[in-house]
Each structure stands twice: as structure tokens, then as C-alpha cells.
Design a protein around this ligand. Structure first.
Ligand code: SPD
Length: 340
């Protein structure tokens, strides 16, 4: 009898733990990337609580994942960071049978260089980096990255707190590739950023916040965040400088250390339903990869080229690439800039 009782107790504990494990999904995302409606829709339908923490740069996300004890089930690295994480064996190979809604993803967004068979990543959003500015104050309207070196805007603008993007601005201004591995070009970019530093009010990746509050009049900003701040302050406009820019695809991945892998795949599948995916567009103001979602978004976003790009736009700008062994050189420039 003792043996039977002990077995029953053990079985109850196992079932209990199993259930407990299924009840929470831990998401690590960019700021304002997973809206309350998306979260609560999943929670209500599946009875699983969704907890979202945020990070501000791909490098911060990588550091967290390298520590190996994050507890996150879903992470959202950008393109080049997916390549790095695959190389470092930090991502789970997805079981497509559990993600049948993968079929809803437009061919335009599949098979990109960083994960040619989408074994590890599902595209979540896409966008560009540019300049968001208050058109009632910044005149004439800027058309070049050089406005971010203009003394007239001394401590009135912000730059992204992002190694590759911000070094990328200086590289573009100098006419170089954002993926240069030429040490002299990188040094030239560093010098431009050091010259600029005293003009910069702050380095911040949530650039929409300063623009919406009026704390800054101009920002190096990602497209969706620019659109978000334009909803708060209608005089905000967004421009892609004539020297060119970066475009990115942010993705959804499951880290190797995820405690709830099956639930994570269930969540990914849920996000790829057109009517749910439309809510991502509405909330983040970024372009998404599910074409059918267009039928569910509001009229003003439905024909927005920043949300639904023409066929060629995703090859028009430069994507950040994994620079392999050269990456620490960028990290050193960034550390030096931030320390000055
Ligand atoms: N608030 C959402 C910001 C999304 C940023 N995407 C980052 C791309 C980095 N290359």
C-alpha cells in the first residue's frame, strides 16, 4: 500500500509539474513588439500566460542568450543576429509540422540569407532605418544623414543605441557599405561618430518616445517607430536619406534553452494567422510577412508601402550581415564611442 501511495503521489507531482510548465510562455522581444491584444488573445484561447520582457539591441539579446539561463521561450533577433545565433548553436530547429501556418508567409520573406531554409527563424516584421523629424521645426526637410552633424540641432536629436545601425549611418555618410570589413573605413566612421557625439542628446533605441514627447525634434529611427510617433504627433515625418540605409527583418526564434518549446511553436503558429498577424501590423506599425493579413488591417495601413512593400524594396537597401571575425572591431568602436 505504501508503494502504491508513493507511486500515486509521484504521478500527481509529474502531472502537476507538466501542467505548470505549460501555463506560461516567456517572450523576449524588442520594445512595443507584442501588443496586449496579441497576448490576451493567446492567453484566452490556450489558457497560457504570456510574459513579455524587452531588449534594446541585438547585442544585448546575444549576451543574454550566451549566458545560457535566460528562461525565455521566444526571442526576436534580427537577420544578421539569426546567422550568428545559428553558428553559436543557440537556436532550436523548428518543427514545421507544428507550425502549419508557415504556409501564410509571403515568398518575398522566405529563404533569406541568414536562414535559407527557415529552419530556425520565422519572419516577424521588416523595416528600415531613417530620420524621423518634426516637420514644424526641422526645416528645410532633411534628405541626408549629414543633418545629424548639423550644429543647429545641437542636443536636440537622438541616435539609435545600436552598434551596427549607428556605425552604419557614419559608413553610409562616407559612401561605404554598412558591412565593410576594411579597417580604414571603419576608423573613418568612428572619427565621424566621435565628432558627432557632443551634438547627440541621447542614444536610444526606443526613438519614438522622445519624438512623441517633444524631448527631441529629430531621431535616427526605425520606420515603424517613426510611424508610431507620427500618430502621437502629426508633424513627425520620416525620410530615408539619399546616401541609402539599412533594412531589416526581425524574426521569431526559439532558443535552445527554452523551457516550453512546444508552447513556443504553438504561439508562432498563432502569430501567423492572418487576422492575428494584422494586429501585429496595427500595433507595431511595421511591415509583416503574411500577405493575407492585409485584408484585416485598417484602411490607412492597407496600402502603406512601409507595411506592404513592392516586390523589389527588400533588395533596395543594405541588410546588415554577420561579419564573422571582424565583428569585435565594430564592438570596440562602439565601446570607445560610448565611453568618451
Ligand atoms: N520598437 C521596435 C524596434 C524594432 C527594431 N528592429 C531592429 C533592427 C535592428 N537592425
Amino acid at each position: 500500500l505504501k508503494w502504491l501511495l508513493r507511486s500515486l503521489l509521484l504521478a500527481a507531482l509529474i502531472v502537476g509539474c507538466g501542467r505548470e510548465e505549460q501555463k506560461q510562455l516567456n517572450v523576449f522581444a524588442w520594445a512595443k513588439y507584442v501588443g496586449d491584444e496579441i497576448k490576451s488573445g493567446f492567453e484566452d484561447e490556450f489558457g497560457i500566460r504570456v510574459v513579455v520582457d524587452t531588449f534594446a539591441s541585438n547585442e544585448d539579446l546575444l549576451t543574454k542568450m550566451q549566458s545560457g539561463v535566460s528562461g525565455y521561450d521566444i526571442i526576436m533577433p534580427s537577420d544578421f543576429m539569426v546567422a550568428i545565433m545559428i553558428k553559436e548553436n543557440l537556436l532550436v530547429a523548428l518543427d514545421r509540422q507544428n507550425i502549419p501556418n508557415f504556409k501564410n508567409i509571403s515568398p518575398q520573406f522566405r529563404g533569406k540569407y541568414f536562414d535559407p531554409e527557415n529552419r530556425y527563424s520565422i519572419p516577424y516584421t521588416w523595416g528600415t532605418a531613417g530620420i524621423a523629424y518634426d516637420s514644424s521645426i526641422v526645416t528645410p526637410p532633411p534628405d541626408s544623414w549629414s543633418v545629424l552633424w548639423d550644429e543647429a540641432y545641437h542636443r536636440k536629436f537622438s541616435m539609435l543605441d545600436d552598434t551596427r545601425e549607428t556605425i552604419g549611418v557614419a559608413l553610409k555618410l562616407l559612401g561605404y557599405s554598412v558591412n565593410t570589413v576594411d579597417p580604414q573605413e571603419l576608423t573613418a566612421a568612428k572619427e565621424r561618430l566621435l565628432e558627432q557625439k557632443s551634438l547627440v542628446k541621447l542614444y536610444k533605441s526606443e526613438a519614438d518616445e522622445g519624438l512623441s514627447s517633444g524631448d527631441v525634434v529629430m531621431s535616427h529611427c526605425w520606420s515603424g517607430d517613426a510611424l508610431r510617433s507620427a500618430t502621437a504627433r502629426s508633424s513627425i515625418k520620416y525620410v530615408i536619406p539619399k546616401e541609402g540605409t539599412t533594412q531589416f527583418i526581425d524574426t521569431i526564434c526559439i532558443p535552445q534553452s527554452a523551457p516550453h518549446k512546444a508552447t513556443a511553436e504553438q504561439f508562432i503558429n498563432y502569430l501567423l494567422r492572418p487576422e492575428i498577424n494584422a494586429k501585429i501590423t496595427e500595433f507595431t506599425k511595421y511591415g509583416t510577412c503574411v500577405v493575407e493579413a492585409r485584408n484585416y488591417v485598417s484602411e490607412d495601413l492597407r496600402n502603406h508601402p512601409g507595411i506592404y512593400p513592392s516586390e523589389n524594396i527588400l533588395s533596395k537597401f543594405e541588410s546588415l550581415m554577420d561579419l564573422g571575425d571582424f565583428t569585435p572591431n565594430y564592438d570596440r568602436v562602439w565601446t570607445e564611442l560610448k565611453a568618451k
